[in-house]
Design a protein around this ligand. Structure first.
Ligand SMILES: [Zn+2]
Length: 295
């Protein structure tokens, strides 16, 4: 019964969030036969572990019926009204509800710093936008006009080409995200699910690593262009895990690092830090927080 419930939740999540988008742009049409692909994927083992997270909690209200859209608007909740840090989570829940934590600092951001830390405690000024972004060709992405900081883009393209030689068909489904874009995702996560869900699976505006233009979400044809934790069981997901550091990327939200990063395991989310640091972090199996000695 538990498995069935999990599967239903998984399917719901997959249908609602499967294709991650950049919400500060008009939501493009989903990939062709996306729904069919999701259904096919649901037959595969491990699918009950489907979880879309940090960045992927993005309700696509464009696809909802008008009546549901009205409902969503009526239920709009200001994220600042969510239970503040330190309050006891409701009974029966777990670490998923802790409220928006206080910021340790808000970075004015050194544009050249590849090791900038952005997480639940370290924010970015709301109007920050990397100067040197590249808009990716739509053939490389599941959504239109995805941008990355140039260094991350160049590194990704190198990795993409090498993955292609290995027979892996990769696409990027999220890159740079503005403050407003993240605000929309977070609010959508609250409206579509709950504040609890939003805290666990979506970043607060101004505290998403995607704001730096150095974070990238990668999916593949074998995943039906969706984002799921069982990406780690697929050859292309494994290849990325094993080789990302060769191109300067780290797997940012690891299974062992959930308590440190505050986010669930995300085998699809990679962060560009440069080759030298990436090699050290991946070899040691640590988080960026641990590497930097910061919370
Ligand atoms: Zn991400």
């Amino acid at each position: 019964m538990k498995k069935i419930l999990a599967l239903v939740l998984a399917l719901t999540l997959a249908l609602a969030f499967a294709a991650c988008g950049v919400m500060d742009e008009p939501a493009p049409e989903p990939e062709e036969n996306q729904e069919a692909t999701v259904e096919e994927q649901s037959e595969e083992p491990g699918d009950e572990e489907v979880i879309d997270s940090e960045d992927e909690a993005e309700g696509n209200t464009d696809e909802e019926e008008p009546a549901e859209e009205e409902q969503v608007k009526e239920n709009l909740v200001d994220p600042s009204e969510i239970t503040p840090r330190g309050d006891e989570p409701p009974a029966g829940d777990d670490k998923s509800i802790k409220g928006i934590p206080d910021l340790i600092d808000v970075l004015t951001y050194d544009d050249g710093d590849l090791l900038v830390l952005v997480n639940k405690y370290h924010g970015v000024v709301s109007d920050y936008e990397p100067e040197d972004m590249i808009t990716m060709d739509n053939s490389l992405t599941t959504w239109e006009n995805i941008k990355l900081k140039k260094e991350a883009y160049d590194a990704y393209m190198e990795m993409y080409e090498d993955a292609k030689k290995e027979g892996y068909d990769l696409k990027v489904c999220s890159g740079y995200r503005s403050y407003d874009g993240q605000q929309q995702l977070f609010t959508n996560a609250i409206n579509s699910y709950s504040p609890e869900f939003a805290h666990m699976y979506s970043a607060y505006p101004g505290r998403s690593e995607h704001h730096t233009g150095l974070a990238i979400d990668i999916t593949s044809a074998s995943m039906g262009w969706g984002l799921r934790q069982d990406f780690a069981d697929y050859p292309d997901g494994q290849w990325l895990d094993e080789h990302c550091q060769d191109y300067g990327f780290i797997l940012r939200y690891t299974k062992d690092g959930e308590e440190i990063t505050g986010y669930m395991y995300e085998p699809w989310h990679f962060r560009y830090v440069g080759k030298e640091v990436a090699e050290e972090i991946m070899e040691k199996g640590i988080t960026l927080e641990e590497y930097l000695g910061k919370e």
